[in-house]
Design a protein. Structure first.
Lengths: 71, 213
């Protein structure tokens, strides 16, 4: 998919683990890992809002559109 | 009705159909081994049967007529083709009923388990729909073929035996083998097929929903 999820970049910048983020935003580690690797069909605004709040960032910091990207 | 009760009811239905099928096959085999002829009962519509006037008790005025124009005819037939048809009827009708009840029990179990929109449910509903249609078509074939097999070999003195749609000449006594053609299972089968498509759409929606975090 042409949508790239940069959660791991933001996690590294904030020095936060995936487990800690999953606990803070209240979704399962499995679902967060799927989101992190771009293996989901969509993200709810509520989830995006919770991630932005936890990582203190904007949606644009987490999502990137790259036309040439493939699965 | 609770899911569990419905599942038990369907299991009971499967058991009863299986027992009926086994009994039918048993009678068939015993008759075949003994060389007995197979007996069947045909519904009759009798044209020109005696009519009796219906009158008012007080005034004696005629208000209608009652006619004993329906009956049954017991036929004992022993032909190999007829015997084969009877065996096919037992296996096909019983088998299709068991398939329908079994798949219905699977659908009920999926609903009880809280996951109705699954591929298994869609496949089961499709099978039920096609089985109902097949059952209805088989009944039509049976109703149409049975008189064709028997009529050339039968005669009743003073009467003309004919298929259901025959028309008698004036003054002729006509016995028609009655055909009750039902389309209800066909319609129910079509409804179930539409329902299966609705469940398939539900399955797609569920899968989409599961892929959103």
């Amino acid at each position: 998919m042409a949508m790239i999820v940069n959660i791991d970049v933001m996690l590294a910048k904030r020095k936060m683990s995936v487990t800690a983020l999953a606990e803070e935003i209240g979704i399962s580690l499995t679902n967060l890992s799927l989101l992190k690797t771009g293996k989901v069909k969509g993200v709810r605004f509520a989830t995006l809002e919770a991630i932005c709040k936890a990582l203190d960032c904007q949606p644009g910091d987490l999502l990137e559109y790259r036309p040439d990207a493939v699965d | 009705m609770k899911h569990r009760a419905l599942e038990h009811l369907l299991s009971l239905g499967i058991g009863l159909v299986a027992i009926g099928m086994a009994a039918g096959l048993g009678f068939f085999l015993i008759a075949a081994l003994n060389g007995d002829a197979v007996q069947t009962t045909l519904p009759l519509a009798i044209d020109g049967a005696a009519r009796h006037a219906v009158t008012m008790r007080d005034t004696g005025a005629a208000v209608g007529a009652v006619a004993g124009d329906h009956g049954t005819m017991q036929v004992t037939a022993g032909g190999a083709l007829y015997r084969f048809g009877q065996l096919l009827d037992i296996v096909l009708s019983g088998g299709l009923l068991i398939v329908i009840l079994h798949r219905l029990r699977r659908v009920v179990a999926a609903i009880a388990g809280g996951h109705p929109f699954e591929h298994g449910t869609v496949a089961a509903l499709r099978m039920i729909g096609w089985a109902l249609i097949a059952l209805n078509l088989w009944n039509w074939v049976r109703i149409l073929v049975l008189p064709l097999l028997l009529l050339p070999h039968l005669s009743v003195e003073g009467w003309r035996l004919a298929p259901a749609i025959a028309r008698g000449a004036p003054g002729e006594h006509l016995m028609r083998i009655d055909a009750h053609v039902s389309i209800v299972p066909l319609l129910v089968g079509l409804v179930v097929l539409v329902l299966a498509e609705a469940f398939r759409a539900g399955q797609a929606l569920r899968e989409d929903n599961e892929a959103i975090v």
